[in-house]
Design a protein around this ligand. Structure first.
Ligand SMILES: Cc1ncc(COP(=O)(O)O)c(C=O)c1O
Length: 395
């Protein structure tokens, strides 16, 4: 324990609201709920739902609640996975196999916006699928002309992000989904980061474009409980509009070995029970009202940060991010150097490219540091922002 605590000394201070990604703190009460759920289900294994029916019930309820949140229609089915990357891999696999089996496409293709998460490129790589990248329009959302040029008879899945990680922008989901439908292709909305914040921001009155299953051509979605669902790591949900896709194209069943029937819905075999239990516990503990309360804080904090950053001479937001993810850049300052000064002051902002920018995901925990952060940012810009070329690049 001493050694562990010693090692931790150099870790980022997420509790102190110094990080802008990776951890999504929602309050000490939530921490306690998560710890209790972990303790209760520390040792069980979600590999076999017949041995631990409690886990099957909790997983089903997490998926049902998420499906409700994303306005999935009756008959939609999904499962929990270890995180956004696994949900995406599972959805892409389902699309590939659907295209092969039901559309007779020998080499199904994936079509993803240039700003989509690398998990899609990873999935294409693992699943040996050609992957085309949709260019970004001037507003930095997926460009529809580029998508129209790339989509074709071999397209298995077209992707839209709600929102994307780099800029926090929501792709034109309605248009992309209808383009996919015209070509009988699937349309996956990656709401890994948005799935548990956009629906609540919308309810608090933040104007958002349609991004979920209400859009007819959307066939699947991913939403991470371990991001704005405020669960501990290892909890995401992937949902298909059509249960058939989950069971026939995503799931894997095998019995041609001495060990009897083996089956899994996504990639993992053995799965930690505690991740499922913690996700279930936090969703039930917070309920819609708890998420709404936190979304109000996130909306106010995001608005204050956006206004504060935009008011600093020489800085501007990248695009027009509608929710709680944002990046800011400059035509004048070296953003790497600005980031270095912020690092020296104890803030951890991820670096970005095209344009060079610093990145933020706002959690309820950031409400109390807005002024301190903006003071340090003003200092960073005025003191070191122009020392071009000297910055270190790391995320
Ligand atoms: C938009 C988006 N999609 C997918 C992922 C991948 O999620 P994970 O890191 O849980 O695998 C992320 C992670 O930040 C993300 O922001």
């Amino acid at each position: 324990m001493d050694r562990m605590r010693g090692l931790k000394q150099d870790d980022a201070d997420w509790r102190g609201a110094r990080t802008w990604s990776l951890v999504f703190p929602a309050g000490e009460d939530v921490d306690q709920v998560l710890e209790a759920a972990h303790r209760e289900f520390l040792f069980e294994n979600a590999l076999n739902p017949f041995r631990f029916p409690s886990l099957r019930v909790m997983e089903e309820e997490v998926v049902e609640m998420t499906a409700d949140l994303l306005n999935a229609p009756e008959g939609a089915r999904g499962c929990m996975t270890s995180g956004g990357t696994e949900s995406i891999l599972a959805a892409v696999k389902a699309a590939r196999d659907h295209a092969r089996v039901e559309r007779n496409i020998a080499e199904p293709e994936l079509l993803v916006p240039a700003s989509a998460h690398p998990a899609f490129i990873k999935a294409a790589h693992y699943l040996d699928m050609p992957c085309q990248r949709i260019e970004l329009a001037d507003d930095l959302r997926a460009d529809l002309d580029s998508a129209r040029q790339l989509v074709g008879p071999a397209t298995a899945m077209l992707v839209a992000s709600a929102p994307n990680y780099p800029h926090g922008l929501i792709d034109p989901v309605e248009e992309l989904a209808s383009l996919a439908a015209e070509h009988n292709a699937f349309c996956h909305v990656d709401a890994c980061v948005g799935g548990f914040i956009l629906p609540f921001l919308e309810k608090t009155g933040v104007p958002l474009p349609a991004f979920d299953f209400r859009v007819p051509g959307v066939t699947s979605m991913s939403a991470d409980v371990h991001k704005y669902g405020y669960a501990t790591k290892g909890a995401s949900v992937v949902i298909h509009r059509d249960a058939h896709t989950l069971l026939n194209h995503q799931a894997f069943f095998f019995d041609d070995w001495p060990g009897g029937m083996y089956g899994s819905l996504a990639v993992a075999g053995t799965r930690p029970a505690s991740a499922i239990a913690a996700a279930w516990a936090v969703m039930n503990y917070l309920g819609e009202e708890g998420y709404l309360e936190r979304a109000r804080v996130v909306a106010q904090t995001s608005a204050a940060l956006k206004a504060g950053i935009s008011a600093i001479d020489g800085l501007r937001l990248v695009g027009d991010p509608p929710a709680s993810l944002m990046a800011f850049c400059s035509d004048q300052y070296d953003m790497g150097a600005v980031g270095d000064v912020m690092d020296a002051r104890g803030w951890h902002l991820d670096r970005q490219e095209r344009p060079p920018a610093l990145h933020m995901m706002v959690t309820p925990n950031h409400a109390r540091i807005v002024e301190r952060f903006l003071d340090d940012l003003r200092f960073a810009v005025s003191s070191h922002g122009e020392s071009k070329g000297k910055s270190a690049r790391y995320n």
